[in-house]
Design a protein around this ligand. Structure first.
Ligand code: SF4
Length: 467
């Protein structure tokens, strides 16, 4: 049974009530700290939703929080070390306030070896639960509060779908909507299939119902989310794929912009490219991870495409959508990547000219096949390649942004600029950020048109176009 039963969800609602009654005298506050991808951000919205139902309000201040919960990422070792460091530093706060409850959840917690480490070395952490136990959070929190005991829930599972988990959203005009969970691809470097389970799609009516609810709350931009959205529907009885789902979302009144991520190049069908081009609300933006340019490395990564197929896919996408913004993920220094292999990655960068690139140095993940490879490439060499890649991409991003000078774009206003409080910031249909001066009457959630008058490598500035 993939979907969590209504009985189980009712049981969790009862635990919510119990926590609420138990904590009512304290007006409890929670701090939820999120690491990693949009899926984790989306999970944190659920965690906050459940906490709000349990009577918690939210704080950014560790010293006034009754509950500090880390929702973690396992994709790279660096992020894991940071979480462990932050949790370790909380030992003093826990000594000062023994009633403080510290928890860890998400992908890190789903790894058995990590749960063991927390159990033995971080004894001030009382609540640990993996990705498959998210919907049981009310019960787990109740148990941790009741006897002041340590609660661990790290189930080994192919994953479930829990509908009707309360969500806490902040009035943002944009929202992420999960359409599927998990991944079946087992790229040899990636921990995701082990911590997020197998691919499972939500029923289309559930996805559409959630989006209609968001529109009723004022949301106009929807980003459809999944580890591999293009596999949507493969596991459903209904004959439906991601292209069909895009068309359905496109027809919902009140939705103005649709985006989605992440796409696996091997699963992008001609039907999907056509749907993207034909649906007026689907934004001209595609995140298409290529990871490495060398066919030898792509094979070792188990990616199921080669360089020529990837480049042909980009050509077909651009044929139908010439102005599309393309972004990608790249791993530098996969075990035993040679200098020639790396040159193939640079070749793809120069051939495609992505608008921006998310590049990472390979991070060894325990339990994945690539972690077993005896890697002969030095860290120094990997860093040199990484710096070279950044240099090439920074030049390309700058050239692409410079070409935006003088052009006019429609922006969805997202709020105040993070770097200048006199400016507002918004995104173009292609997803580029443009900052522009504040003006009375213009607020978050509005759509405005702006003409670019200054370009940078990572952002653009502009002025409002008078209508
Ligand atoms: S497609 Fe590959 S890289 Fe992406 S989540 Fe699945 S296994 Fe990981």
């Amino acid at each position: 049974m993939k979907t969590v039963s209504a009985e189980e969800m009712n049981k969790q609602a009862e635990f919510s009530d119990r926590v609420k009654n138990m904590m009512a005298h304290r007006s409890p506050k929670a701090l939820v700290i999120t690491y990693g991808c949009q899926q984790n951000e989306n999970d944190s919205e659920r965690i906050r939703g459940m906490l709000a139902v349990m009577g918690y309000t939210f704080t950014e201040n560790k010293e006034e929080a009754d509950l500090i919960l880390y929702n973690t990422c396992a994709v790279r070792e660096g992020a894991e070390q940071r979480v462990l460091g932050n949790i370790g530093a909380l030992v003093h706060e826990k000594r000062r306030r023994p009633e403080l409850l510290i928890g860890l959840c998400g992908c890190m917690a789903q790894q058995e070896h990590m749960a063991k480490t927390i159990k033995s070395k971080y004894r001030h952490v009382s609540l640990v639960f993996g990705t498959h136990s998210l919907h049981k959070f009310p019960q787990l929190l109740y148990e941790a509060l009741l006897d002041d005991k340590r609660v661990f829930s790290v189930e080994d599972s192919e994953g479930v779908i829990a509908e009707d988990v309360p969500m806490y959203r902040t009035g943002d005009p944009k929202a992420w909507v999960s359409v599927m969970y998990g991944c079946n691809n087992f790229c040899t470097y990636c921990i995701v299939p082990y911590v997020r389970g197998r691919e499972r799609s939500r029923q289309p009516e559930r996805v559409l119902g959630e989006i209609k609810g968001l529109v009723a709350q004022g949301v106009t931009e929807i980003s459809l989310l999944g580890q591999n959205v293009n596999a949507y529907g493969k596991d459903l009885e209904e004959d439906i794929d991601f292209a069909d789902l895009l068309r359905m979302v496109n027809s919902i009144p009140g939705v103005r912009r649709i985006r989605f991520m992440t796409s696996h190049p091997k699963d992008i069908s001609e039907r999907l490219i056509t749907a993207m081009a034909e649906c007026d609300k689907v934004m001209p933006q595609l995140h298409l991870p290529f990871q490495a340019g060398s066919d030898r490395i792509l094979k070792a990564m188990n990616r199921h495409y080669n360089q020529a197929q990837y480049l042909d896919l980009v050509r077909r996408v651009r044929e139908k959508m010439p102005d599309i913004t393309l972004t990608t993920d790249i791993i530098v220094g996969f075990p035993n990547e040679s200098a020639e292999d790396f040159e193939e990655t640079i070749k793809v960068l120069e051939a495609v000219r992505f608008d921006s690139v998310f590049s990472f140095i390979y991070s060894k993940r325990k339990g994945t096949p690539a972690a077993e490879i005896d890697d002969k490439v030095t860290d120094d060499e990997k860093h040199k390649r990484f710096d070279r890649l950044l240099e090439v991409q920074n030049r390309i991003s700058r050239e692409i942004n410079d070409a935006c000078f003088g052009k006019t774009y429609e922006l969805l206003v997202e709020g105040e600029s993070k770097t200048d409080k006199d400016m507002l910031t918004g995104r173009t249909p292609g997803g580029k950020i443009i900052n522009f001066p504040k003006k009375n009457g213009i607020k978050t959630g509005d759509y405005v048109t702006v003409t670019v008058n200054k370009t940078n490598t990572w952002s653009l500035s502009g002025s409002l176009t008078e209508n």
